[in-house]
Design a binder for this molecule. Sequence first.
Ligand SMILES: [Zn+2]
Length: 315
Amino acid sequence: MSRRTPSRPQSRGKAAGSRTRRRPSALIPALVLTALGGAATGLLLSLSRQAEAPVSRPPVPAAATAASGTEARRPAPKRQAPRTAAPAATRTSASSPSRAPAGPAPSAARTQASRKTAEAAPGGRVALTFDAGASAAPAQDILKTLRERSVRCTFFLTGRFARDNPDIVRSIVADGHEPGNHTFSHPDLRRLEDDGIREELRRAEETISAICGRSTRPWFRPPFGARDGRVLKVAREEGYECVYWTLDSWDSFRKGITAREIRERVLGRVKAGDVVLFHIGSRATADALPDILDGLAEKGLECVPVSQLGSPVPH
Ligand SMILES: [Zn+2]
C-alpha cells in the first residue's frame, strides 16, 4: 500500500496528466478522484509529520545528546583529515566483492538502480551503518538486499552478537562489508574505568576477528552513542576512531516505526556525506531497505562503507 502513495509531486503530475487524455465523459469523475487522492495523500503526509513533530532528537545519553540532531551535522571542531589510512584489506575486500555476482538475479529496476550507483555518484557518497546487538532475525534479509544491489556498508558488531551469530558475521565480511567494534557487552562506556573500556573493545575484537578473520579496527561505535572525551581517548589508544551518525533512521529509537516512515525519514533528509544509523535487528528497516536504496540511487548518492566516505566521520 505504501508503495502506491505518491511521495513526490512529480508522480502525482504524471498520473493527472494521463487522466486528462481520457474521453470527456470520464474526465470529471477522474479529476474528482485525482483531487481526492491528492487530498488524502496530503492528509497522510501531514499526519505523519505531526506524529514526528513532538520528538525532535533521539534519546541518546547526555554526552551523545549534545552531538545529535542538527549539531551532529556540523563539522566537529577537532575534525581530522578524511581518513584514507584504512587497512588495505578493508578497501580490497570492499571493492572486489567475491560473492556479489553469484547472488540472486535482481529485477530490472534494481539492476538499473545499482548500475547507476556503480557508474557515478553525482550526488556524492553516504555511509549506511548497521548496529548489531539484539535481534538477529532480519539480518539475513538486510544482507540479501545489500548483496543484490552490490552495496557495501559498515556493521558495528558486539562481541556477544558475534559469538551468538557467527554465520551472520561471516556473511557480513564475505559480502564485502566492513566490521566495526560495538564493544563486547554493549555497556555505557562512560560508566566504566579506562581498563573496563579497553577490556570491552579487546574482547569484542578478539571474538569478531576469530570468527571472520578481519579486524574491527579502526572503526568503533559506542553503545547508545554514549561517549565523552575520556572514552574517545581510550578508544584511540586502542586503535579506534569513533563513528557517530548524522542521520538516525529511528529504527531503534522509535518503537513501532513502520518501513514507510523509515523510508520517508531517511530519503527526506539524507545528503552527501551523511552517516546513516540503522539496526540489523529492525524488521522495519529490512522492509524499507530496497526502497531506500532505490531512492538513494535516484538522488545520485553512492552508498559506501565508512572508510570510503571521503569526508570526515562524525565523532
Ligand atoms: Zn547498539
